[in-house]
Design a protein around this ligand. Structure first.
Ligand code: ADP
Ligand code: MG
Length: 616
C-alpha cells in the first residue's frame, strides 16, 4: 500500500469512532474485524505465504483468552502481566506442537492441526479451574494510562493500534532476508535448502509467529467481551479464520483485513436477512460460506486482494506491485559495502572428488559407482543421453538425495552424509534442470535468496526493520550478479515473467550470489537462443578465469566441447568415457552410446548443432 493511501486509511480509522453518526454497533463490529484480522494475518503468513494449512488458530486465540481470564479474574493479577504469560505459554506450546505437526506433509498437516485444536477445545471445556463449559466471567476491562478501555469505542483504539503494528511488522518480515526464505517455503522442497535455508526452522518460526498473533487477539478479546467460554475457540471458528485468509489473499498483509471485513460483514448481513426469507432457525451463513469458498477456490485462488489492488491501479494509474518495487529500489539506494568473499582454493587444487557414488531407486541403478575429480579453475562436463543419471549425480553431490553408496569429498571434507544446506555453507551452489524460482518475487529478490548465508539477519531485526544495512548489502550483491550474467535490465521484473532461458540465467546469478567455490549447472543452455548461448559461454569462461570451478551438465555438444576442459560421459548410470573433449569424441563407447543406441538426439560430429531442447 502506498504511503499516502496508508495515511488516509489510518486517519479514517482514527476518526471513525468519533463520528457521532456512526452507530455503536459499527464500532463493535470494527472491533471484531480488528481481532479477526490479527489471527488472519498470522494465517496469511502461515498458509498463504508458507503453504502450511492450519485448522487450529482459534485454539491459540483460546490460550490467550483463557490465560488472561484465569490470571485476572481468578488470581487478581494485572492483564499486562497475563499478556506476557499468555505469549510465553503460546511460544512454548506452539513451538512444541509445531515441531511435531510440521513434520507432517500433504493432507496430514491439516489433519494434525485439527487433532490438537480439538484436544485444546475439549480441555478448555473440561478443566474445572477454567469454569468448564460456562467459562470464566467477570473479567475486568483493560486500562491504559489511567483511562479505562471498558467502552467499545475505547478498546477499539488499542485493537487497531496493535493490528496496524502487526501489519507493519509482518510486512517488514516478508521483505527481508528471512522473509525471502519464508516466501521460498512453498516453492520446491530442495531449492531453498540448497542455498542454506533451514526450511524446518522457518516453518516453525512462522507457525509460532501466527500463534502469537492469535494469542494476542485472544487476550484482547477476553478483555473486550469480559467473559470467555470454549465455543469461540472451536474448530468452526478456526475454519472461519482460514476462510477469511483465503478470501483476503496473501498478495499483501492487508489481505487479512480485507478477508475479515468481507466475511464478518457478510455473516452479519446473512444473519439479518436470510431468516426473513426462510422461516427457519438454521446457520445459513455456513451454506453461503461453503458456496463462496468453492467460488473463491475456483475463480480467485489469490483471494480478493489482487482484484482490489488491480482496481486501485486502474483508478490511479500506478504500476503493478509498485510499492514492493519502490521498497526494493529504496534499499538499493543506500550505500553498501560489498559482501565479504570466501577464500578460494588455489588453481589446480582438488575441489571435488566423487568416489564410487551410487544411487539406487528400488531396482533401478540410476548412478552406478561413478568416480571423477574436479580441480579448481576447471570447467568439467558431465554428458550422456537422457536418463543417464546426470541430474541424479548432481543431486547426490549437492546433498539433495542421499547416496546409496560411495564417497563425495568437497574442499577436503567428506560430505556424503551432510544435508544440502550444510553443503551450501561449504561453498557449493547449483542450478536446477527444472527451473526453481519464486515466480511472484522480483528477479533481484530471487537472486538475493542465493546470498542467504552471507549475512545473518534474525527474525527480530527483520520485524523491526533494523536490517537495512544488511539488506542493502545483499541486494547490491544480487544486482552485481545479475549485471554479470546480463540480466541487469530485469531487476524489478517478477521472475515468473521472464522467458525460460532467462530464468535459467537467473538461476546462475542466484548460485553466484552464494559466492561459491564450485558451481553445479544442470543444462544451463537449454532453451537459450544462439546468441544467448554465446553470452552464457562468455560468462562461464570468465568465471573460470576468475578461478571458479564448474561442473556442467549440458546437451548442446557444441557448447560443451568448446567450453569444457574435461568430460565424463555417462550412460545408464555408468561412466563410459572420460578425458578431454577431443579424446571423448573419438571414444568408440561414446559413439556407440550416442549414435548406436536408441537416443539419437546428439550428433557429436555436427559442430553446428544447436540446442535440441531436450530435458527442459
Ligand atoms: P539425466 O539427468 O541424465 O537425464 P536422471 O538423473 O534424471 O537422468 O535420471 C536417471 C534415471 O534415474 C532415470 O531412469 C530416471 O527415471 C531415474 N530417476 C531419477 N530420479 C528418480 C527418482 N526420484 N525416483 C525414481 N527414479 C528416478
Ligand atoms: Mg537431467
Amino acid at each position: 500500500m502506498n504511503r499516502v493511501l496508508l495515511a488516509v486509511v489510518v486517519l479514517l480509522l482514527a476518526v471513525f469512532p468519533l463520528i457521532g453518526a456512526v452507530p455503536p454497533f459499527w464500532v463493535t463490529q470494527m472491533n471484531y474485524i480488528g481481532l479477526s484480522s490479527l489471527v488472519v494475518l498470522g494465517l496469511l503468513l502461515l498458509t498463504g505465504v508458507g503453504g502450511l494449512t492450519s485448522f487450529g488458530q482459534a485454539a491459540f486465540v483460546g490460550i490467550g483468552a483463557y490465560t488472561t481470564a484465569y490470571m485476572t479474574a481468578r488470581l487478581g493479577l494485572s492483564p499486562w502481566v497475563s499478556l506476557w504469560v499468555a505469549i510465553a505459554l503460546t511460544l512454548a506450546f506452539s513451538a512444541l506442537i509445531g515441531m511435531i505437526t510440521l513434520r507432517l506433509s500433504g493432507h496430514y498437516l491439516p489433519l494434525g492441526t485439527i487433532a490438537w485444536s480439538l484436544s485444546l477445545y475439549y480441555l478448555f471445556g473440561n478443566l474445572s479451574f477454567l469454569g468448564q463449559h460456562d467459562g470464566i466471567s467477570g473479567i475486568q476491562p483493560l486500562s491504559l494510562f489511567g483511562i479505562s478501555l471498558g467502552a467499545d469505542r475505547h478498546i477499539y483504539y488499542l485493537i487497531w493500534v496493535i493490528l496496524l503494528l502487526a501489519l507493519w511488522l509482518t510486512h517488514n518480515l516478508l521483505y527481508s532476508r528471512p522473509g525471502r526464505a519464508i516466501r521460498a517455503l512453498r516453492h520446491g522442497k530442495h531449492m531453498a535448502e540448497s542455498f542454506g535455508v533451514n526450511m524446518p526452522a522457518y516453518k516453525t518460526i512462522i507457525f509460532v509467529y501466527a500463534a502469537v498473533l492469535a494469542c494476542i487477539s485472544g487476550w484482547l478479546y477476553a478483555h473486550f467481551q469480559r467473559a470467555v467460554s470454549p465455543s469461540p475457540f472451536g474448530l468452526n471458528y478456526s475454519i472461519e479464520y482460514l476462510f477469511m485468509a483465503v478470501v483476503g489473499g496473501a498478495g499483501s498483509v492487508w489481505g487479512a483485513v480485507l478477508g475479515s471485513t468481507v466475511i464478518l460483514t457478510l455473516k452479519d448481513q446473512i444473519q439479518n436477512w436470510l431468516p426473513k426469507f426462510f422461516a427457519m432457525d438454521t446457520n445459513f451463513e455456513l451454506i453461503v460460506f461453503g458456496l463462496l469458498m468453492i467460488f473463491v477456490l475456483q475463480y480467485a485462488t489469490g483471494g480478493l486482494w489482487p482484484y482490489l489492488s488491480a482496481a486501485w491501479q486502474r483508478i490511479t494509474g500506478t504500476r503493478n506491485k509498485a510499492q514492493v518495487v519502490a521498497d526494493v529500489q529504496n534499499a538499493l539506494q543506500r550505500q553498501a559495502e560489498p559482501l565479504p568473499q570466501r577464500a578460494k582454493p588455489e588453481r589446480g587444487s582438488l575441489v571435488l572428488e566423487v568416489d564410487k557414488a551410487r544411487k539406487q531407486f528400488g531396482g533401478l541403478v540410476a548412478v552406478n559407482d561413478i568416480s571423477f575429480k574436479l580441480k579448481a579453475g576447471e570447467i568439467m562436463g558431465l554428458i550422456g543421453p537422457n536418463g543417464a543419471g546426470k541430474s541424479t549425480t548432481f543431486n547426490l553431490i549437492s546433498g539433495v538425495l542421499p547416496l546409496s553408496g560411495g564417497v563425495v569429498r568437497f574442499a577436503g571434507k567428506a560430505i556424503e552424509k551432510l544435508r544440502a544446506r550444510d553443503i551450501a555453507r561449504l561453498g557449493m551452489a547449483r542450478t536446477f534442470q527444472h527451473v526453481q524460482l519464486i515466480p511472484d518475487m522480483t528477479v533481484l529478490e530471487n537472486v538475493a535468496l542465493g546470498a542467504h548465508l552471507r549475512r545473518r539477519v534474525g527474525i527480530l531485526s527483520a520485524l523491526l526493520h533494523w536490517d537495512r544495512r544488511s539488506e542493502a548489502e545483499l541486494l547490491h550483491d544480487a544486482k552485481k550478479q545479475l549485471i554479470r550474467v546480463g540480466l541487469g535490465d530485469y531487476l524489478y521484473e517478477e521472475a515468473g515473467n521472464l522467458a525460460l532461458g532467462q530464468q535459467r540465467i537467473l538461476e546462475i546469478a542466484r548460485a553466484l550470489a552464494a559466492d561459491p567455490v564450485l558451481l553445479l549447472l544442470d543444462e544451463p543452455a537449454a532453451g537459450l537462443r544462439y546468441l544467448e548461448k554465446q553470452e552464457l559461454a562468455r560468462v562461464l569462461s570468465q568465471l573460470r578465469d576468475e578461478g571458479m570451478s564448474i561442473l556442467l551438465v549440458e546437451h548442446d555438444m557444441d557448447f560443451v566441447m568448446r567450453l569444457t576442459d574435461h568430460l565424463v560421459v555417462m550412460d545408464f548410470g555408468t561412466r563410459i568415457a572420460e578425458g578431454t573433449p577431443q579424446e571423448v569424441q573419438q571414444s568408440p563407447a561414446v559413439l556407440q552410446a550416442y549414435l548406436g543406441g536408441l537416443d539419437e538426439d546428439l550428433d557429436l560430429d555436427d559442430e553446428s548443432q544447436q540446442n535440441n531442447g531436450e530435458g527442459v
